[in-house]
Design a protein around this ligand. Structure first.
Ligand SMILES: *Cc1c(COP(=O)(O)O)cnc(C)c1O
Length: 386
């Protein structure tokens, strides 16, 4: 195909990344650890306002270690957002713990505090709550934290998609006992692949780093009292991250601009609504999404097909975890019986399912030009003009 590919969200490099990587090569700090890793941890802690950070090979590894640090194991119940990417809950399965999926609320698409309360009535002793800030929109953090505190259950924030988003002026990922970020290729900044665990408790990030480097005891001979992992970030990778972090606010501003452009362009289409933002937050707008009004003839798949025909990438909303074959046996808690105007039998049974059915993620790459945006908007408008 000759047409230029327009991406959903892919890496944007600036040049400084190479300078840090070059330094790593020049000093032969190519192997794991080294000055870039230490520096990226300090810089991320300073940027987010988290006390301490541990640089890891992936966001998924960070979630896994967060669960390990809380001692979560076989049979333990963990409450987790249903509307998310599988990486949020796979580590719960690694530890043979039991995920209980919590439905979204319509206001932010994130974990419903009402459903969370209900889940505590059914399962009074979960070992943790894993909260996702989906597509960069901060969840109702105050409400969720209050419920967690009341039950003395630690909160882990999966801020993989929301690095740079704030809630009441404070960074997402820094409210819970631990927070995690991802530097995967499609995230707001990338190291090609990587992640970070942050906490206000130095003991936790230290222990994470220890477990991530094969859990070697402080002895000259190779002695191990714990099962360890090979989850550490490399010094080359961290160099890319340092270069990227210099541009994070710029990336955020561009992502927000994309969201505003779509919002303005679709303002007169009654059947299209942008994904919600949190009025108490400042979202990074990692992905701009729309939902199509119930009863409208246009489907998310039609949007995807129409864009793909012009070599433009878009993506369905994450399929909720409680609807995944692999988690079919797991429990799911929703606010209430879900009601819609659709005929019986066609009704979604939850808010997350409804968002999945009617929503779509639009191209949100910060390198998209004005012409690219006009093209995308024109294709979508045409579907609704009929
Ligand atoms: C990307 C992502 C992750 C996983 O991060 P990796 O660095 O790819 O392991 C976890 N949770 C959510 C919500 C994500 O979008």
């Amino acid at each position: 195909m000759d047409k230029k590919r327009i991406y959903l969200s892919c890496p944007t490099m600036h040049g400084e990344e190479q300078k840090f990587v070059q330094e790593a090569f020049d000093t032969n700090w190519v192997a794991p650890l080294g000055p870039n890793v230490n520096a990226l941890e300090k810089e991320m802690a300073a940027y987010t306002g988290a006390g301490y950070a541990s640089a890891l090979s992936a966001g998924t590894a960070a979630i896994h270690l967060a669960l390990k640090l809380l001692g979560i194991g076989e049979g333990d119940v963990v409450f987790v957002s249903s509307l998310t990417f599988s990486a949020t809950c796979n580590p719960i399965a690694y530890e043979k713990a039991t995920p209980v999926f919590i439905d979204s609320e319509a206001d932010t698409w994130n974990m419903s505090p009402v459903a969370l309360k209900k889940a505590f009535e059914k399962y009074p002793n979960p070992k943790a709550v894993v909260l996702v800030h989906l597509y960069g929109t901060p969840a109702k953090i105050d409400e969720i934290l209050e419920i967690c505190k009341e039950h003395h259950v630690p909160l882990i924030e999966d801020a993989a998609e929301s690095l740079s988003s704030t809630y009441k002026g404070k960074h997402t990922g820094t409210f819970g006992k631990m927070g995690i970020y991802s530097f995967n290729g499609n995230k707001i900044i990338t190291t090609s692949g990587g992640g970070m665990l942050v906490s206000d408790e130095e003991e936790l990030t230290k222990k994470a780093t220890f477990l991530a480097t094969q859990a070697r005891d402080a002895a000259r001979h190779y002695q191990h009292s714990n099962i360890g992992y090979n989850y550490r970030m490399s010094n080359v990778t961290a160099g890319i991250g340092r270069g990227q972090l210099l541009h994070i606010e710029e990336h955020k501003a561009l992502k927000k601009k994309i969201y505003e452009q779509y919002k303005e362009a679709f303002a007169d289409i009654e059947a299209l609504t942008m994904n919600p933002l949190n009025p108490h937050g400042d979202a990074n707008c990692w992905l701009s999404c729309v939902t199509i009004k119930e009863g409208c003839k246009v489907t998310p798949n039609q949007i995807m097909d129409a864009l793909e025909a012009e070599n433009i990438e878009s993506r369905p909303i994450w399929k909720p975890m409680h609807l995944q074959p692999v988690f079919a046996d797991c429990d799911f808690v929703t606010e209430k019986e879900f009601k819609s105007d659709l005929p019986a039998g066609c009704e979604p049974e939850s808010i997350s399912e409804d968002i999945f059915n009617r929503g779509h993620c639009l191209p949100s790459d910060i390198k998209n030009t004005k012409e690219d945006m006009d093209l995308i908007i024109g294709i979508i408008r045409k579907l609704f003009d009929k």
